[in-house]
Ligand binder design. Structure first.
Ligand SMILES: [Ca+2]
Length: 235
């Protein structure tokens, strides 16, 4: 009886190990956990109680990159980084859009422009930048808007600011984003937010950057973190 139970446990353990290591690449970790039996010895005819406690590895972008506070990305391995702009809804009025810029910096070097233009120039499926990043590189993303003849501040992941929020799959959408009430969320943001659970819906190798370009006061109704939205994917 006891020998049969043990053989069963070993078989379960090895099948978990096989599926864990074979799924995708080198970063997947094997599920871990414990199976316990409620007694060491048993008479024939009695039943034992098995307790299961298994943790499956979270499929998450932090398996392949570290996040250095505030929001600098540091790859754990060599990767290809692709940048898309999902939306650039920086507006002067309801009908008049203003230009925005998206910049990238590697290893604290100069900012390089990835995108410049209006919402009408945004093609969310188009990869605007494909960059090879190496293990240990420091990757920062920034954005700014152009208004009244000049550039507003460049909000970026290297400095602490409420104007830029970087989120991964499953993160809770910040309360400033109108996804929380589901009314004034921008159409371009809808596919990436679950308005019921208030969580981010992106791939497990993606990061989404939400930027407020025009307002500086989070309590202002115009502070909605959807003036500029960028999606970064690591492959
Ligand atoms: Ca805004």
């Amino acid at each position: 009886m006891m020998a049969g139970a043990l053989a069963c446990l070993l078989a379960i353990g090895s099948s978990f190990a096989a599926s864990g290591s074979g799924s995708s690449g080198t970063t997947t970790t094997v599920p871990t956990g414990t199976l316990t039996v409620d007694r060491d010895l048993m008479r024939v005819g009695n039943k034992s109680q098995l307790t299961w406690n298994i943790s499956y590895p979270a499929s998450n972008v932090t398996n392949i990159v570290d996040i250095i506070t505030p929001n600098t990305v540091k790859p754990k391995q060599d990767l290809t980084m692709k940048v898309r702009v999902l939306g650039a809804s920086f507006q002067e009025s309801i009908l008049s859009f203003l230009p925005v810029e998206v910049d990238m910096s590697k290893n604290n070097g100069a900012w390089t422009r990835i995108f410049y233009g209006l919402q009408s120039a945004v093609l969310p499926n188009l990869v605007l930048s494909t960059t090879t990043v190496k293990k240990g590189d420091l990757i920062n993303i920034g954005g700014r808007g152009y208004r009244d003849g000049g550039w507003l501040p460049l909000y970026n992941t290297a400095s602490s600011t409420k104007n830029l929020v970087m989120l991964k799959n499953g993160d809770t959408v910040p309360s400033e984003v109108p996804a929380l009430n589901g009314i004034s969320i921008e159409t371009f943001l809808k596919p990436y937010m679950d308005t019921t659970t208030k969580k981010v819906k992106i791939g497990d190798r993606d990061l989404i950057y939400l930027m407020e370009l025009g307002q500086t006061d989070p309590n202002n109704s115009g502070f909605d973190l959807q003036d500029l939205v960028v999606l970064v994917t690591f492959e």
